[in-house]
Design a protein around this ligand. Structure first.
Ligand SMILES: Cc1cc2nc3c(=O)[nH]c(=O)nc-3n(C[C@H](O)[C@H](O)[C@H](O)COP(=O)(O)OP(=O)(O)OC[C@H]3O[C@@H](n4cnc5c(N)ncnc54)[C@H](O)[C@@H]3O)c2cc1C
Length: 385
């Protein structure tokens, strides 16, 4: 067991942090407030190989693990340039395709994931199913050797930036006639597919969308991998999603903590820096401790996943995602408090983070569903729902 990251990963972190800082939080906010995207940063990160760090080498990627991709995500967030699409496109979509795609799908999509030129959204959430993904009704029926897809999705991130959406739906089992899960790749320009932006009280460069599939005709090879592997495909995407969700939160927590500590050292009201008052110093110290704990759990989850232990990684990834989200909320809240009135002034760049970190308690899986998982699987308690 080693608690020190490899020299390569540390160097990767430094290089990514430098790139993120060269753009900075003001660049991010300008894009987010203006309805734009962080495309310049995404493209540069892609050219430098940071977005494709976990794509297999034979497809032009870095051949590293989810731990390295999580480090990239964390450093961009810590630099004040969070890219939500990183949680979805290179982590969930590229991983599912690399592990379960057909040879043709891998050849078609993975080089683009490696260079960052391909962006793919991931759509599972439906208005009537919510956290209960067993209830999704988006369904594909066979038609002339291809598929016809109908259904709806909500809160899908980054669709306006994406080339395609990896859609979790259902299809009829040819043997039993029962509906079973299936994943489809739907290019965003496919006729019958529409998306509409959902107005959100979030200041984010990555927007959320409602999706509408109205007799969307897809070729046979739109189905990911083999017909019977959808459950395994879904599970393969869950751990990376949670590990990336954790690293996204951790990076924002680091950014906020840095701001809070910096201000606590500089600002003086009663003749001494406000950070000398324990009422401010202790909550910052608590955030530091909880941040380090959450980071350790994220690294454990990534290490287990990269070692091929999907099952072991599941518990750690859920715990990491929970801990990351909670410490990010606490870090931003305390950084705002340390800043007094300035904490809510646009100039100080903290107020918009209140909503940003709140997302981590809801998505990609809610706090309560993580607690359900731990209660049932780690503690053996009865299922409550
Ligand atoms: C900014 C943002 C981006 C998102 N991006 C994506 C995306 O790219 N792709 C995608 O597919 N989805 C995305 N989502 C959707 C997200 O994954 C869901 O919002 C989340 O899983 C919760 O589902 P829901 O909103 O339907 O809430 P619901 O399932 O309706 O739950 C409402 C509340 O009830 C609680 N609850 C429900 N069931 C139980 C239970 N059994 N026990 C205890 N409590 C329970 C929940 O925890 C929650 O607090 C995004 C959401 C947001 C806000």
């Amino acid at each position: 067991m080693n608690f020190v990251e490899s020299a390569e990963r540390q160097a990767l972190r430094e290089a990514v942090a430098e790139l993120g800082r060269s753009y900075g939080h003001e660049y991010y906010l300008e894009k987010a407030r203006g309805g734009g995207h962080t495309s310049e940063l995404w493209d540069e990160a892609g050219r430098l190989g940071y977005l494709g760090v976990s794509v297999p080498e034979e497809y032009g990627g870095g051949g590293a693990g989810i731990g390295d991709l999580a480090a990239v995500c964390e450093e961009f967030c810590a630099a004040g340039t969070p890219m939500l699409l990183m949680v979805v496109s290179p982590a969930i979509c590229a991983t599912v395709l690399a592990r379960f795609g057909t040879d043709e799908q891998k050849k078609h999509w993975l080089p683009g994931f490696a260079s960052g030129q391909v962006r793919m959204s991931f759509a599972i959430t439906e208005p009537d199913a919510g956290s209960n993904s067993h209830r999704i009704t988006t369904t594909a029926r066979r038609d002339n050797g291809g598929w016809v897809l109908n259904g709806r999705k909500v809160y899908i991130s980054g669709v306006d930036e994406a080339d395609a959406v990896l859609v979790v739906g259902r299809m009829e089992d040819a043997r039993t006639g029962n509906l079973k899960p299936a994943l489809f790749i739907v290019p965003t320009d496919t006729p019958g597919f529409e998306y509409r932006e959902i107005a959100m009280d979030l200041v984010s460069a990555d927007k959320q969308f409602g999706l509408f599939f109205d007799d969307v005709r897809l070729p046979a090879d739109a189905l990911v991998g083999s017909e019977d592997a959808a459950i395994a495909q879904l599970f393969a995407g869950l751990n990376p999603e949670r590990i990336m969700g954790a690293s996204f939160s951790l990076g924002i927590a680091r950014y906020a903590l840095g701001k809070g500590v910096g201000y606590a050292k500089e600002r003086s009201v009663f003749g001494a820096p406000i950070g000398s008052h324990q009422g401010l110093a202790h909550p910052l110290a608590q955030v530091k401790i909880e941040l380090e704990l959450a980071k350790l759990m994220t690294q454990k989850a990534a290490a287990l996943y990269d070692a091929g232990d999907d099952f072991g990684a599941g518990e750690a990834a859920n715990m990491a995602k929970y801990a990351g989200a909670e410490v990010a909320i606490k870090a931003v809240d305390q950084a705002v408090q340390v800043h007094g009135g300035n904490g809510l002034a646009s100039e100080y760049g903290l107020g918009t983070l209140i909503g940003a970190v709140r997302v981590g308690r809801i998505a990609p899986v809610s706090r309560e569903m993580v607690l359900n998982f731990v209660a049932q699987h780690s503690l053996g308690l009865p299922k409550s729902y």
